[in-house]
Design a protein around this ligand. Sequence first.
Ligand SMILES: [Zn+2]
Ligand SMILES: [Zn+2]
Length: 364
Amino acid sequence: MIRSWIKTGAAGALSRTGMDKMVGSLAGSRGVPIVIGYHRVVEDFTASAATSIPSMLVSRQMLERHLDWIGQRFRFVSLDEVGARLEGRDGSRDPIAAITFDDGYRDFYDHALPLLQRKGVPATVFVVTGLVDTTGVQLHDRLYLLLARRGEARSLKAAQLARLLQDLGIAVPSVVANTPYLATQTLLEALSQESLQKVVALLESESPIPDDTFKPFYSLTWEMLERIHRAGITIGSHTKTHVIMTNETGPRVVNEVTGSKEAIEKKLGTQVRHFAYPSGQFNPSSVRAVAKAGYRFGYTVCTHRDARFPQLTVPRTLLWENSCRDFRGAFSGPILNCQVHRAFDVVSGCRQPHQMNQECGHAQ
Ligand SMILES: [Zn+2]
Ligand SMILES: [Zn+2]
């Protein structure tokens, strides 16, 4: 609550004085078009937040408020137009913004697409190709759901989980004591996909989740993607299986970035130029793999750029239902203003090490 008061007060003061743009430019957004990222778009935020990571949700109603506010101040463009601006090919400097949606959830088709079409807003969907046309569910969604239930599930063999995590090199107290969201984040940041699958399998063996619970997390089908593509939405890649690229071996990363590009190009007959790093996690070797696979532009979730591949480390701002609410819980234009100009980055920063060396330093 206190944080919220401070945020609201700071956002109002910053916005009134125009400081947000100045602070934002310090955080790295100068000359870089605004690129916004969302995940799931739902009918009812509160109902969906009971089973989903809340910061991956935005209601259709709140999304519309965001789009209205942004649309009054920026010209909405596609990511190809963002690319033209980044490469200095569009010859203008008016403020532009692009809207993106990560992970390829099916609710994009039901809730976001009609809204975007009604408003004439171009957008991009970053797809996890291995989940398209399946009833598979993202590991992070499964893990969160299992950890959120864990508090209630008295039967969980806590010692067994602790032993598994210890074997995987995870500091057990920090995971066990955290909220389900922080525990999910800690595990995602630390473990390879293979290890994560082991954790998920153990938790599932303790407390199986009924299949119906996973329905809202299903991915788009190729048929839906064809229609979305025909409607003018850009389809980008978000790997084959949403691996956190910094936790995987080189060949696995290469397979994920090339395989997903090839799958979309083959199915939709279109060239895939845009790539979003799962969870925004990147290091020099993952950026190199993205370059080698032939992508022109890559999108992160922080302001760090790889000096050798600045167009493959383009900053994005992730927004969700509550990211632009004031202390009363009401939508706040000044807070959204600070979010799009990345004014809060000065305070919150980026937790990722990125493992950049001197040859490939952070360029902000
Ligand atoms: Zn993602
Ligand atoms: Zn960073």
